[in-house]
Design a protein around this ligand. Structure first.
Ligand code: NAD
Ligand code: ZN
Length: 345
C-alpha cells in the first residue's frame, strides 16, 4: 500500500499553499529518501506563495515546494554507495546534468540543464524528500539543525562573498535580506577590514548589526559618503556584494567603489535595470554574476560554523510546519530574518 505523508503543496495556479496528504516518494536507482527534520523558508518560496509573475512562469501545480532543509537518510535506492540510513544530511537543490562543459569542469552552478528541487520537481516542505545521491550533503550531527536548515541560502551568501579576496578589504553589501546579513557575517569572519551593509528596513539592519558588520546604513536616511569618511574609507570599497536586486542600489554601489573594485551580483531584479556602463569602464570594475552555490561551498559553510561563525541571530521565527501560514506571514511582513519550520513533532 502507498505510504502517505504531510506536505506543503501549491495545489493550483494562484496565491496560497495547502497542507496536504501526498504519497511518500519512492527512491529509484541512485536516489536517496531523506526524512525531513527542519526546513527554512526562502524568498523563492514566498514568490511561490504569493503567486507573482516569476511563480506563474516557473511553477507547475500541483507540487510540493521548499528547498532549504536538514534531515536524515531514511532509505537508499538501488546502487547508492557511500551513504548510510540514519546519516544527518542536507541536499544541493540544483540537480545538474553531469555531462555539459560546466558540469565537467566542476562549475555545476552553471549547468545548462539544471533542475531545481521545490521549483521544477517536488520539494522538501514535506515529511520526506527524494533526491539523487550525488546531491546529498553529509552534515556533522554536532551542527545546530536550525542553522543547517538554511545552509542553501548560506551557500548563496558564501558563493557571493568568497568570490573575491576579503582579507583587509573594505566591503559594501547592498540589501540586508537574510542572504545579505549572512554575507556580512561571512565577510567579517573572513577578515575584511570594514563591512558596510545598506537597506531601507530598520528591522533587518538591526539583525545585520548582530552579525557584526561595522555599519548598517539606512540608505533612505544616511549618505554613504559620510559613512565612508567616518570609517576612513578613502578610495572607495574594494569589494561589492549586490544582494537587493534593486537597480538603484547597484548604481549606488558603482558610485562608491574603488577604481579596479570587484563586484558580485546575486540579487535578482523583476525588471530590467539601466546602468551607466561608463562607470564600469572608466573605473575598471569587475562584475561577476552569481548563481546558486559551488559544491565546495557546502564544505566551507560547515567549517565556518565549526570555526565560530554564529548565524543563530539570523533566525527570527520558529514554527511547527503545521503553522506554516504564520511563517509566510512573517516573511511577507519584512520583519523577519530566517523562518525555520520543525517537522519532527
Ligand atoms: P530579500 O528580498 O529578503 O532581501 C532584499 C533586501 O534588499 C530587502 O531587505 C530590501 O529591503 C532591500 N532593498 C531594497 N531596495 C534597496 C536599496 N535601494 N538599497 C539597499 N537595500 C535595498 O532577499 P534575500 O532572500 O536576502 O536574497 C537576496 C537577493 O538574492 C534577492 O534578490 C534574491 O532574489 C536573490 N537570490 C539570488 C540567487 C541566485 O542564485 N542568484 C539565489 C537566492 C537569492
Ligand atoms: Zn550540466
Amino acid at each position: 500500500m502507498e505510504r502517505m505523508m504531510d506536505a506543503i503543496v501549491k495545489p493550483v495556479a494562484g496565491p496560497g499553499l495547502e497542507l496536504r496528504r501526498v504519497p511518500v516518494p519512492v527512491p529509484g536507482p541512485g536516489e536517496v529518501l531523506i526524512k525531513i527534520h527542519k526546513t527554512a523558508i526562502c524568498g523563492t518560496d514566498v514568490h511561490i506563495y504569493n503567486w507573482d509573475p516569476w511563480a506563474t512562469q516557473h511553477i507547475k501545480p500541483p507540487m510540493t515546494i521548499g528547498h532549504e532543509y536538514v534531515g536524515e537518510i531514511a532509505e537508499l535506492g538501488a546502487g547508492v554507495k557511500g551513504l548510510e540510513v540514519g546519516q544527518r544530511v542536507s541536499g544541493e537543490g540544483h540537480i545538474t546534468c553531469g555531462h555539459c562543459r560546466n558540469c565537467h569542469n566542476g562549475d555545476i552552478q552553471w549547468c545548462k540543464d539544471t533542475v531545481s528541487v521545490g521549483v521544477d520537481r517536488d520539494g522538501a516542505f514535506a515529511e520526506y524528500v527524494c533526491i539523487p545521491a550525488h546531491n546529498v550533503i553529509k552534515i556533522d550531527p554536532q551542527l545546530d539543525e536550525d542553522v543547517v536548515a538554511f545552509f542553501d541560502a548560506f551557500g548563496n551568501a558564501t558563493h557571493t562573498a568568497l568570490r573575491w579576496d576579503l582579507v583587509g578589504e573594505d566591503v559594501i553589501i547592498t540589501g540586508a535580506g537574510p542572504i545579505g546579513i549572512i554575507a556580512g557575517g561571512i565577510c567579517k569572519y573572513a577578515g575584511a577590514r570594514r563591512v558596510v551593509i545598506t537597506d531601507v528596513n530598520e528591522y533587518r539592519l538591526d539583525l545585520a548589526r548582530r552579525l557584526g558588520v561595522d555599519r548598517a546604513v539606512n540608505i533612505s536616511k544616511e549618505d554613504l559618503h559620510d559613512v565612508m569618511k567616518d570609517l576612513s574609507i578613502v578610495e572607495g570599497f574594494d569589494v561589492g556584494l549586490e544582494m537587493s536586486g534593486n537597480g538603484a542600489a547597484l548604481n549606488q554601489m558603482f558610485s562608491v567603489m574603488r577604481n579596479g573594485g570587484k563586484i558580485s551580483l546575486l540579487g535578482i531584479s523583476n525588471v530590467p535595470v539601466a546602468i551607466d556602463m561608463n562607470e564600469i569602464i572608466g573605473r575598471g570594475l569587475t562584475l561577476q554574476g552569481i548563481y546558486g552555490r559551488r559544491m565546495d561551498n557546502w564544505h566551507q559553510m560547515s567549517y565556518m560554523v565549526q570555526g565560530g561563525l554564529d548565524l543563530t541571530p539570523v533566525i527570527t521565527h520558529r514554527f511547527n510546519y503545521k503553522d506554516f501560514e504564520k511563517g509566510f506571514a512573517a516573511m511577507n511582513s519584512g520583519m523577519s530574518g530566517k523562518v525555520v519550520l520543525d517537522w519532527t513533532k
